[in-house]
Design a binder for this molecule. Sequence first.
Ligand SMILES: Nc1ncnc2c1ncn2[C@@H]1O[C@H](COP(=O)(O)OP(=O)(O)O[C@H]2O[C@H](CO)[C@@H](O)[C@H](O)[C@H]2O)[C@@H](O)[C@H]1O
Length: 622
Amino acid sequence: MATLQISRIFTSKSSSLNLAEFPLLHVGVIRTSRRNSSKDGFSTVEDEKGLEVGVGKSNKEEVGNGRVHLNSQSVGPENKTVVGSSINEVNGREEEKEDIEGGEKSPTRVTRSIVFATSEAAPYSKTGGLGDVCGSLPIALAARGHRVMVVSPRYVNGGPLDKNCAAAIDLNCRIKIPCFGGLHEVSFFHEYRAGVDWVFVDHPSYHRPGNPYGDINGAYGDNQFRFTLLCHAACEAPLVLPLGGFTYGEKCVFLANDWHAGLVPVLLAAKYRPYGVYKDARSILVIHNLAHQGVEAGITYKNLGLPLEWYGALGWVFPTWARLHALDTGEAVNILKGAVVTADRILTVSEGYSWEITTPEGGYGLNELLFSRKSVLNGITNGIDADEWDPSSDKLIDFQYSIDDLSGKVKCKTALQKELGLPVRPDCPMIGFVGRLDYQKGTDLIQSAMPDLMRDDVQFVMLGSGDPETEKWMRASESAYKEKFRGWVGFDVPISHKITAGCDILLMPSRFEPCGLNQLYAMRYGTVPVVHCTGGLRDTVENFDPFANNGSGQGTGWTFSPLVKESMLGALRYAIETYREHKTSWEGLMKRGMERDYSWDKAASQYEQVFEWAFFDQPYIK
Ligand SMILES: Nc1ncnc2c1ncn2[C@@H]1O[C@H](COP(=O)(O)OP(=O)(O)O[C@H]2O[C@H](CO)[C@@H](O)[C@H](O)[C@H]2O)[C@@H](O)[C@H]1O
């Protein structure tokens, strides 16, 4: 029954939706104001009794006379048809039309409606790289002319990030989501910033102390519920939210990030397209980390708000050795698997990782399925927020510096030594680590190598939180190596900037690394990375060769393999010796790293190519 309630809305897609027809879905409704009545370019909520939400028949691609451009024909709130107002106009930008006729062939750019579904987006929420990516890539895509919405939960946890969400306004649009044996009401908050519609799904289950996924007692037991709500809400948002006076409409491309958003492609395939909705949409699964797949007991399938006959898409049977007891049938639902088998395309955050996940070593059980979808699987290396991470303007570090004047870097180092209570020694090689204390990040290798490393004349600073045993070890190591080691337990962005700027070497012995951002930040700050040769680390760190280029050197750091203590220590020793004995080579390493292009714009243009391929093909599941 619950399924039917949503399906009613899908069948009436031809004109404006009268929300009064769907009382169970929409408790509060919005009366939208037309764009020219809204200063900011987004809707203002006038009361709770207005009845209609304009449904933009937007983003029709018109191809004729060699011109490709977008037109939006929208039915406004007063049922007046607004013709010729392009989506870009809605966002307050000029529509881009590029002539591909005759003469020199100029690139044709098609602007799209893009919907990110994600469990975190900086600066509103961040526990790691996913937050960084979903906070920056949308802005880069919007800057290239696309209409971009990011849908993430509205976390309220009493932490410092809460204030970042304060500017978001309640759209007074409530929908009821049929899942987990009932109808669960969520509402939407919205902020228009940096050209992007930041949409926050509000529900009491997002309001609790801790981070987005858990607290000191571990992961929340209701994460499947919390992220099921997110996915349903993300699918509804383009249909029901008249942002800037116009909904995004059905012709959009969904970027479902990691398992938390993995139900989005499944819902499009199983719940919307059978009713004729989202036939023109495309879904792209973006894998930031395959190790987390959203696996729960098979019996929970019925909670997800999906038709029963779609069980097979998510169904997952653990091998016998992985079962807990003799009666355990190993039956589970795996949300990421569901996304892999229903998404129109799949992306990973580096090219190397897109290959690794098709191998038994890197595939976490999904390698064969991923291999079977190889023709639509690509990797695009992440960019970085070049404004936030710029040593020449970074306010979080004590001294600014640039490739032309590196003098501030050593000052950052001494300031960091002072702050950490380490001996202030500008010429002592300082090694840093920043990251989640997790098996993925290879912190066990750091632990096992520390006694050897501490015999050398170096300093080591480690920032991270996560595994309690590693946190304990960091505290103990501080006492054991008072003059050389500091462990900063916690999640602290200003300190991460100070470490990135102040250290000479950044160590990343990750077991696997889909992309990795810290090595990119490090290189931009002239801090030389020493990394395990895997995934995105292999793609982004070029091994140092002192003899290349007629002896002037080549490369930006050291990559080591295999992942054992000895090879890590070997690479570190090369780095330390180069720092001490070969100052010119070291400066070359720093500068080559600093001058690389890490901008999101490059990655954004590659995303555009993937969108083009996605729309070129028919939907994978019609
Ligand atoms: N204690 C702490 N204090 C302050 N800041 C901290 C911190 N611990 C981590 N961070 C920050 O969190 C981010 C971590 O990014 P990563 O890409 O290294 O890892 P993560 O594994 O979370 O992301 C996953 O997704 C990203 C994005 O796609 C991939 O790059 C990556 O390989 C994949 O594992 C960085 O901005 C880092 O500075």
